[in-house]
Design a binder for this molecule. Structure first.
Ligand code: HEC
Ligand code: HEC
Ligand code: HEC
Ligand code: HEC
Ligand code: HEC
Length: 643
């Protein structure tokens, strides 16, 4: 163990020095593109820092050692079995991440270190990320966001402790101040809710968990202590708000590159570029205050009240069973009496239904050795599909000649949330005549080419891009998108807010809608489709897709090391990120006058205004169903005037 850390220490120091010399002297370029000459310093964030000499910090261990007792007995509640087939468990093997990492390093020198911090925190803490790529990784570093890492995290804001529902307040948390004191002294204590991977990790191998009544400590010489922090959303928030620290507000309010070679001038996330805001979206929702009760108990498993508050409530649902193999009934051991009603399922189910299969495919014959059995992978995908079904509700109503589709966000943050690139949800609407013949389709998706007709339907998504100044500095064409580390402009964001949304709070959190508007309190969105003449029914489907063709082609064509081609080929092999049905419903329609554009029973000025408001567009006002709102539609309205 000791020799291993020494070897690492040497290579880290050498690599860091070499990198600093490089960035000082050179501006490397990729094709015509000019690389931003950043260095590690530009990506510095507070929190526990990588261990450079292996002393004073016990290295993060792989999850294999935990799996003997915490795995192999139940996909439903054994921590290892669900975790290993989650995207969090495979975050450092994710081929999409590897391609994006390569592009990030091309775009901004050594920026990959920042990516590794969150996607492979074990590798980062163990001092193997200074090259910004995967070249220093040891096999265990691909263990992703693992058991040992998460269960050594310490609450940087101890005032939260004891707030966790139902836990005793008089708990002995004495080790925490000891862990925090050196960070405070070195000005490394992260500010509250900063995110950006500013985790605090106990330098000693002390394991922390949600239960204060663990009957016996089976962890050898390692202390096991109760930690309310682990039931708190802020634990997840350390990584689920992502802000790019190379930018800060310039004179015109536009985000501009910092003077390089030093940390962000204010270290304030509100003065960086907000890439992801899942935690902030949640923090400014009803979930963070009183919580939300779901009568159908769609989330939370065995949760005692059904009121969903924290990330853990929805993403780690309570299961009956043993927290370790000895305590599990299915094993029929004498210790079965220690089964709990609320073992948190380590499923971390989200929305990604293809990447976990791609990881298993890449591992090939080794997949089972790494814990990815076909059963676990299937169960994980099924949980994510279910999560997507539970994420929204859809209601259809006819308003005269219009079909109204309302999507209500039932998740704990925006819908969709998180990673901005390539994620989208959309409506597909099909109108049928009395013979069930298809009259018209909106939002057609072709699974062969993975092409969506976006022009005539509602697509929920976020789009980020680069400013003119960044285009100039990098020689990339203006309007360039998808370059995660270069993006400094929000072009569009119509993702549906969660319950409790207010514009003021979301503006302050860097999570405001862009190019779209929601009123305070609105956690749904309505779309209107014109009912074509002769339509007697409509079928509406709400779809989610993780990775669009456009994004996968970008990765394929941009990553210089071939990782993009690998990711693209896996995407093709796994159904091109086949859209998942979130909701579907049909409605019977009655005929009405199509010239009554707003469906209020009369053709009048209001219809004219609506039609003119969408002139040249498609959908609303397209009275004759030609696909475009034009003169013919105007004549139809005028000739029906007053009817
Ligand atoms: C502060 C933590 C953090 C940092 C730093 C970070 N990420 Fe992420 N990343 C996340 C989280 C959280 C998600 C999951 C969000 C989701 O699934 O919607 C994610 C998701 C992704 C995905 C989507 C993976 C998939 O399978 O679709 C890619 C690609 C990615 N990140 C690339 C990067 C790159 C490249 C960098 C460095 C420039 C980076 N990330 C830095 C936290 C981080
Ligand atoms: C020799 C068996 C064994 C091994 C190996 C093991 N554990 Fe445990 N662990 C247990 C048992 C038994 C419990 C108690 C479960 C319960 O009370 O439900 C437990 C409980 C825990 C808890 C919950 C503590 C709490 O207060 O809620 C955490 C966290 C934990 N283990 C982490 C780990 C990690 C991380 C590893 C690997 C680095 C690991 N364990 C390896 C047997 C083991
Ligand atoms: C060390 C950083 C880190 C912490 C802490 C963290 N996450 Fe994540 N999380 C990530 C990254 C990175 C990804 C993206 C992995 C990928 O797609 O490759 C992710 C992905 C996810 C996903 C998306 C999975 C999918 O299938 O789309 C969910 C859900 C999630 N995390 C929930 C949580 C919850 C709940 C917690 C707190 C208990 C948490 N995370 C804590 C970094 C973190
Ligand atoms: C009320 C239940 C609920 C709560 C609370 C909740 N989520 Fe989610 N989350 C969902 C659902 C449902 C989805 C799937 C739909 C989607 O992608 O938005 C989801 C999806 C996600 C994803 C994947 C997004 C993507 O498209 O890749 C991430 C990451 C995530 N949640 C993280 C979190 C974090 C972090 C918290 C706490 C700060 C949290 N969630 C709180 C229900 C919840
Ligand atoms: C993203 C961080 C994260 C990762 C990774 C993670 N856990 Fe946990 N774990 C938690 C949180 C958070 C809780 C408490 C959830 C709650 O209170 O609802 C928990 C609870 C537990 C418990 C308590 C259950 C019991 O019955 O004692 C055990 C044991 C445990 N984890 C073991 C593991 C093991 C083993 C792994 C790896 C296979 C692992 N965890 C990976 C965050 C994590």
């Amino acid at each position: 163990m000791k020799t291993r850390s020494l070897k690492i220490a040497l290579s880290v120091t050498a690599a860091t020095t070499a990198a600093m010399v490089l960035s000082a002297k050179l501006t490397a370029s990729v094709g015509d593109q000019v690389q931003i000459p950043t260095s590690s310093a530009d990506f510095f964030q507070r929190g526990t820092q990588p261990t450079l000499d292996g002393s004073g910090f016990e290295l993060i261990q792989s999850s294999n050692g935990c799996s003997y007792c915490h795995g192999g007995y139940s996909d439903r509640h054994a921590p290892y079995d669900a975790w290993v087939a989650s995207l969090m468990g495979q975050s450092a093997r994710d081929p999409v991440w590897k391609a994006a990492l390569a592009i990030s390093n091309q775009d901004a020198h050594l920026s990959g270190e920042f990516c590794i911090r969150c996607h492979a925190p074990g590798a980062w803490l163990n001092g193997r990320s200074s090259t910004g790529d995967l070249s220093l990784f040891e096999p265990d570093d691909f263990d992703g966001i693992n058991c040992h890492f998460c269960h050594r995290t310490v609450d940087p804001n101890p005032s939260l402790q004891g707030d966790a529902q139902g836990y005793p307040k008089n708990v002995d948390l004495t080790p925490d101040p000891e862990v925090l004191a050196p960070l405070i002294a070195a000005n490394l204590l992260p500010s509250v809710d900063h995110g950006n991977g500013t985790f605090v990790v106990d330098p000693a191998d002390v394991r922390r968990g949600p239960f204060h009544d663990v009957p016996q400590n089976f962890h050898g010489g390692n202390e096991l202590i109760f930690s309310p922090y682990h039931s708190n959303s802020s634990q997840c928030g350390t990584c689920h708000d992502v802000s790019n620290p190379v930018y800060s507000p310039g004179p015109n309010g536009e985000l501009v590159l910092n003077s390089l070679g030093q940390p962000h001038p204010t270290m304030n996330k509100h003065e960086m570029f907000a890439e992801q805001r899942t935690y902030s979206e949640w923090l400014n929702s009803t979930f963070a205050t009183e919580g939300v009760f779901y009568a159908d108990r769609r989330f939370g498993g065995n949760h005692p009240t059904g009121v969903m508050k924290s990330c853990q409530d929805c993403h780690m649902p309570d299961q009956a069973g043993g927290g370790c193999v000895f305590y599990d009934d299915s094993d029929n051991t004498v210790l079965g009496e220690f089964e709990r009603p609320n073992v948190p399922q380590h499923s971390f189910a989200g929305a990604n239904t293809w990447v976990i299969r791609a990881v298993a495919t890449q591992l090939g014959d080794d997949a089972e050795f790494y814990g990815l059995t076909p059963e676990r992978v299937d169960a994980s995908v099924a949980r994510n599909v279910q999560m997507l079904r539970d994420a929204s509700d859809m209601a259809l109503t006819q308003q005269g000649s219009l079909l109204k589709v309302r999507i209500t966000n039932e998740s704990g943050h925006k819908l969709p949330t998180g990673f901005p690139e390539g994620r989208r949800a959309w409506l597909n609407v099909k109108f049928f005549n009395a013979q069930d013949g298809l009259l018209q389709e909106f939002g057609h998706y072709d699974p062969q080419t993975a092409t969506l007709q976006t022009s005539n339907t509602k697509v929920y998504e976020a789009k980020h891009g680069i400013s003119e100044a960044v285009a100039k500095a990098t020689h990339l064409p203006p309007g360039t998108q998808d370059h995660l580390t270069l993006n400094n402009v929000k072009l569009f964001d119509n993702r549906i807010p969660p319950r409790g949304f207010t514009n003021a709070a979301f503006v302050a959190a860097g999570a405001a809608p862009v190019g779209y508007s929601y009123s305070d309190g609105q956690y749904w969105d309505d779309s209107l489709f014109p009912v074509p003449t002769g339509a007697t029914s409509a079928a509406v489907t709400f779809y989610f897709q993780t990775s669009t063709r456009q994004y996968m082609e970008f990765l394929r064509d941009t990553a210089g090391d071939g990782s993009g081609v690998t990711a693209y080929n896996l995407w093709v092999q796994h159904g091109k990120s086949a859209p998942v049905v979130m909701d579907s419903a049909t409605i019977q329609l009655t005929q009405s006058n199509p010239a009554d554009v707003n469906g209020d029973g009369q053709v009048n000025g209001a219809d004219l205004t609506m039609l003119l408001g969408n002139w040249g567009g498609s959908g609303v006002g397209d009275v004759d169903g030609s696909g475009t709102v034009n003169g013919a539609d105007l004549s139809a309205v005028l000739s029906n005037w007053g009817i």
